[in-house]
Design a protein around this ligand. Structure first.
Ligand code: HEC
Length: 228
């Protein structure tokens, strides 16, 4: 009697389990396919990028980049450049350096990761170089004294230059496009046209064509290619 009950119980259980599997099989099959479809087609069409363009093809000023990976901060203060730039035709009246500020360079984590694996940035990579003035200069060379010593410290934000990799769109300039949103304090210009070769790409082509158009040699994280 006890056996019989157990058998009937098992049979009933088996039937229920079978029905569950049978009914849910199509669900198990279709779900992953639905989830993958949009992603795959987006990758195939355009490179994934954080850059946003308006209807006239101008790039919109990037946002959120100060939380990307900070790869370096070249500094060319006036104290070290005075007289070298912006002279008149006779080589006199030299005033200031071109970039008397820090040049903070930011790249998204996912693009840094690919660079560290492959030695090349993926299509769609955006690099932002934001300038910040040196904090209130007290000496003629632009420096000041703080408890840590005499030196340069970050002052106000003062402009943004951007480069973006898209080998097809920017085929004429080694696969990178260049944009600038002004060399002045915030607010920055809202949009930028692609800048001509003579203004931007020419110098990058002449000096860093072999390192994906980027001054890798100034960014320790990238030049060592070992990650953190
Ligand atoms: C005379 C040469 C020259 C010109 C012209 C020039 N750059 Fe650069 N650029 C550099 C150098 C050198 C660095 C790295 C060192 C530094 O910032 O001082 C750099 C760095 C950059 C970076 C950071 C990523 C990288 O490539 O290392 C961006 C973005 C950038 N430049 C955009 C621009 C834009 C936009 C313009 C035009 C408005 C421009 N550059 C014009 C020489 C130049």
């Amino acid at each position: 009697m006890k056996k019989y009950v157990t058998k009937r119980y098992l049979f009933g259980f088996g039937l229920v389990a079978f029905s569950i599997v049978y009914v849910s099989l199509p669900l198990i099959k279709t779900r992953p396919v639905e989830a993958q479809t949009p992603q795959t087609s987006a990758v195939a069409q355009t490179p994934q990028t954080s850059a946003v363009f308006d209807s006239q093809g101008r790039m919109k000023v990037p946002t959120g980049f100060r939380k990307w990976v900070f790869v370096g901060a070249p500094l060319t203060p006036e104290g070290l450049n005075n007289g070298k730039y912006n002279c008149d035709a006779a080589g006199k009246n030299c005033t200031r350096s071109n970039f008397p500020e820090y040049h903070h360079v930011y790249i998204e984590q996912k693009n840094v990761d690919v660079y560290l694996k492959t030695g090349d940035f993926p299509e769609g990579t955006v690099i932002v170089k934001e300038l910040t003035r040196v904090l209130d200069p007290k000496f003629p060379d632009g420096s000041r004294t703080e408890p840590s010593g005499r030196g340069y410290f970050n002052g106000e934000y003062n402009g943004i230059d951007v480069s973006i990799k898209d080998s097809k769109k920017y085929a004429n300039t080694n696969g990178w496009g260049y944009y600038t949103f002004g060399h002045h304090p915030m607010p920055y210009d809202e949009t930028s046209e692609e800048r001509p070769i003579s203004e931007c790409a020419g110098c990058h082509i002449a000096n860093v064509a072999k390192t994906d158009m980027t001054y890798i040699q100034f960014y320790p994280l990238l030049r060592e290619k070992k990650g953190y």
